[in-house]
Design a protein around this ligand. Sequence first.
Ligand code: PGA
Length: 255
Amino acid sequence: MVSQTVVAGNWKMNLGPVEAAKFARELKLPRGSTSEVILFPPALSLAALKEGLGPDSGVALGVQNVHWEEAGAFTGEISVPMAMQAGATFVLVGHSERRHVFGEADDAVSQKVEAVLSGGLTPVLCVGETLEERKRDQVAEVILRQLEAVLGPQDIRSKLVAGSRLFVAYEPVWAIGTGETATPADASRAHGILRDRLRERLGDDVGEAVPILYGGSVKPDNAGELLAAPEVNGVLVGGASLDPASFAEIVVQSS
Ligand code: PGA
């Protein structure tokens, strides 16, 4: 069983350190919320957001991408230990913009998940089909291939079975930043497919504890019905997470 509903915000390449500090000042989360709240600012803004939120905000932080090596000659990249030092506990891996804009393939995603788990952080693996793949009826095939790239390697499975956490986010590419949202039934169907494979690969207890989030044009006015759908354990919010009031409203809907 997934114990807590998750509300995660992915800022993408938005909000620098100055704006992140302002966001932190303006964010008013509902008191006593039982949801797990996570923000993924640009790596450069993480320290300012962390400082602005203070130690008791109840908000966990993550980075949007990492390299799988710990250090070295990889200009422009950041590593898992660096993210950890800066205060991140989560890492988005395989977001569709990484896959489709930057050409990140399944094997890189797999190496990154392995590095994140080895470094003691929690990966949020993003999977999802394009519109063409959906029209060709390939939803299950695509999302299972993307999931399998991570569940296939024995090293990763062993870490998960031994207690490392993994989150999965189902984000249909055609619903990201487009205003098009999957219906709650679409989301439940895809999440059910992922859940079955997680249980098959990791065993019932571990497989059932992996939170599966839905992402793609989640807003305050559709978050409630998506969160109520079977197998939807949380949401990964892009555009609507940039505004502290709308992000807080989604957290309210989740509680
Ligand atoms: P969106 O982005 O909410 O702006 O559609 C979601 C995401 O890409 O994580």
